[in-house]
Design a protein around this ligand. Structure first.
Ligand SMILES: Cc1cc2nc3c(=O)[nH]c(=O)nc-3n(C[C@H](O)[C@H](O)[C@H](O)COP(=O)(O)O)c2cc1C
Length: 215
């Protein structure tokens, strides 16, 4: 059982999204999975370029993106040997980061068949999940209209790859030291308190997610 995780945050160590992914992978390993963490921001790649090679009737392969860049071997590994996939991303302007978005376009579009059943060309169904981390509180998610976007992406992975769970870590810590940055809108003490008291619970939920996806 191979579990792959994509970190869609440009912050690669010690921050919110990657910590959630690392905890999730720890859970997956504890349940016997082999794991791999891919740092999307270490790779040079683009989103879909609308070449429609993946939709040509005389294409050589199904479900394969024609672009050759750093994402090519990652997409091949997902297609060939991944049994569970988790995508983690910070919320940027209400949705996934640009890198995560580009990755999801390249992963999903070649697998989406334009037939009436909207079937998938991915060779099997695998367990998937999306982890979002964000500044806003849980209460503000509905107010800000984020839930619709999260659900849209969740159902995209669900349709193309397999059943997809959502896990949210809200009201996250953004800076190591709030006194060094513009932060009038933030209450540093409250942020820090939440990071100490609630974020460990989020990490625990990520661990349990890893266990569940492998099971
Ligand atoms: C460019 C940018 C845009 C952001 N936009 C939002 C936003 O729209 N809503 C939100 O709740 N947080 C927003 N944030 C905050 C991040 O989502 C939050 O700090 C997240 O937990 C960072 O994840 P990381 O620590 O893994 O990098 C934004 C941060 C950046 C850098």
């Amino acid at each position: 059982m191979k579990m792959m995780a994509m970190n869609g945050s440009p912050r690669k160590k010690g921050w919110n999204t990657v910590s959630m992914l690392e905890s999730m992978l720890e859970g997956a390993r504890s349940a016997g999975a082999e794991t791999e963490l891919v740092q999307l921001y270490d790779l040079t790649f683009s989103g879909c370029i609308s070449c429609f090679s993946c939709k040509r009737l005389e294409r050589k392969q199904d479900g394969v993106c024609a672009i050759q860049d750093d994402l090519t071997p990652v997409l091949a590994a997902i297609r060939e040997s991944c049994d569970a996939l988790v995508v983690g991303t910070p919320v940027y302007y209400g949705c996934e980061t640009a890198g995560t978005r580009a990755f999801l376009e390249r992963l999903c579009f070649p697998n989406g068949k334009y037939d009436l059943q909207r079937s998938s060309l991915f060779p099997r169904r695998i367990n998937t999940a999306l982890i979002y981390t964000m500044n806003v509180s849980e209460a503000r998610i509905a107010e800000m209209g984020y839930a619709t976007g999260f659900e849209r992406t969740r159902s995209m992975l669900d349709r193309h790859l397999g059943p997809c769970e959502l896990l949210l870590a809200t009201d996250t810590l953004q800076y190591a030291d709030y006194t060094c940055y513009e932060s009038e809108i933030f209450d540093e003490a409250a942020k820090r308190r939440r990071h100490e008291e609630v974020f460990p619970q989020d990490l625990r939920k990520a661990f349990e997610l890893g266990v569940r996806l492998v099971a």
